[in-house]
Design a protein around this ligand. Structure first.
Ligand code: GDP
Ligand code: CA
Length: 306
């Protein structure tokens, strides 16, 4: 069975670990968000792809919730001492990966191929595909102005309410090599419990990908990132409240209108009239076993034998 998963960073990566535990990494293709990508200190950083890389390679820092385990921060301390740009946290080990990626991109290797090389070097079995090789960047409109995603998320600590999100570079962006093939070959498509606006939204802003989902002949199941109407971490709940008008399963489902057949929600949420079938289970991924159970529930909701 082939499974394609649309994924953001940390929430997506946790879920992906479960998917891989259920069906094995060889049959998993991941379409990852790149609209969070940023150039810092001359380095090209792809936070969501890297969260997936580190998590699936077993290198992630589970306690901090992002970045690499055993990380040190000497390079960034030096940057700060020298008056360089140090607001975006980059650890020493992490910087090593960004150096390699940046060098590849500079020698005109596309992001998709650079990602494949990094994934291979880290021993990833699953296929990790950036949604697009084209420049695609999220901007958030807030009462304080419009900000590039990382300025809002990291520098401003996502304190501003978001009125709207847009994706610069869409709709010119085309799907990266392998993405449409992976979606076409999938027996099941899953949408990870990632932020619908700033993680999954930019993937769906690539017209070819959205169309592939609209045209699909196989089941597509999303997992809600909210538990009891609250985000486990991050601004998804506040964004849904302000942009979609609420945090119920129906509001979450409305982000994926016409694209999903079922939404997996938590036992803490009320399964009231949503436009799609709701599947209720425990969705907090406290450990690998919980992630595995959630992935199995999502596959089951898609009618796939887990
Ligand atoms: P980011 O790109 O690193 O911000 O990560 P994602 O967009 O992939 O994931 C962020 C979302 O994951 C947040 O909205 C969280 O609510 C959600 N999330 C994190 N852990 C869990 C979990 O254990 N269960 C569920 N259902 N959602 C989770
Ligand atoms: Ca992200």
């Amino acid at each position: 069975m082939n499974v394609a998963v649309l994924s953001g960073g940390v929430g997506g990566a946790r879920f992906l670990r479960g998917v891989v535990a259920v069906i094995g990494s060889d049959n998993v293709s991941i379409v990852g968000n790149v609209a969070d990508d940023i150039e810092v200190l001359g380095l090209r950083v792809s936070p969501d792809l890297d969260s997936i890389l580190y998590t699936l390679a077993g290198l992630a820092d589970e306690e901090r919730g992002w970045g690499r385990a055993g990380e040190t921060w000497q390079a960034l301390e030096t940057v700060a001492q020298l008056g360089g740009e140090s607001w975006f946290r980059l650890g020493d080990r992490d910087i090593g990966l960004h150096l390699v990626r940046t060098e590849l991109l500079r020698s005109r290797v596309p992001l998709s191929e650079a990602t494949e090389r990094l994934a291979h070097a880290l021993g990833l079995g699953a296929r990790l595909l950036p949604a697009t090789d084209d420049p695609l960047r999220t901007f958030v409109e807030t009462p304080e102005g419009t900000f590039p995603f990382q300025t809002w998320f990291v520098a401003r600590g996502h304190r501003d309410e978001v009125d709207a999100v847009h994706y610069a570079g869409s709709p010119d962006a085309t799907a990266a090599p392998g993405v449409l093939e992976a979606l076409g070959a999938a027996d099941v498509i899953l949408i990870a419990p990632s932020n619908p606006y700033v993680s999954i939204g930019p993937i769906l802003a690539v017209d070819e990908i959205r169309e592939a989902l609209e045209r699909r002949t196989v089941p597509c199941v999303a997992v809600s990132p909210l538990i009891g109407g609250r985000a486990v971490k991050g601004p998804a709940d506040r964004m849904l409240l302000r942009i979609a008008g609420g945090t119920s399963p129906a509001h979450v489902a409305s982000c994926y209108a016409g694209l999903i057949d079922a939404l997996v929600i938590d036992e803490a949420d009320v399964p009231a009239d949503a436009p799609v079938r709701l599947v209720v289970t425990r969705t907090l991924m406290t450990d690998l076993e919980a992630a595995r159970r959630l992935a199995a529930a999502a596959l089951d909701a898609a009618g796939a034998p887990a």
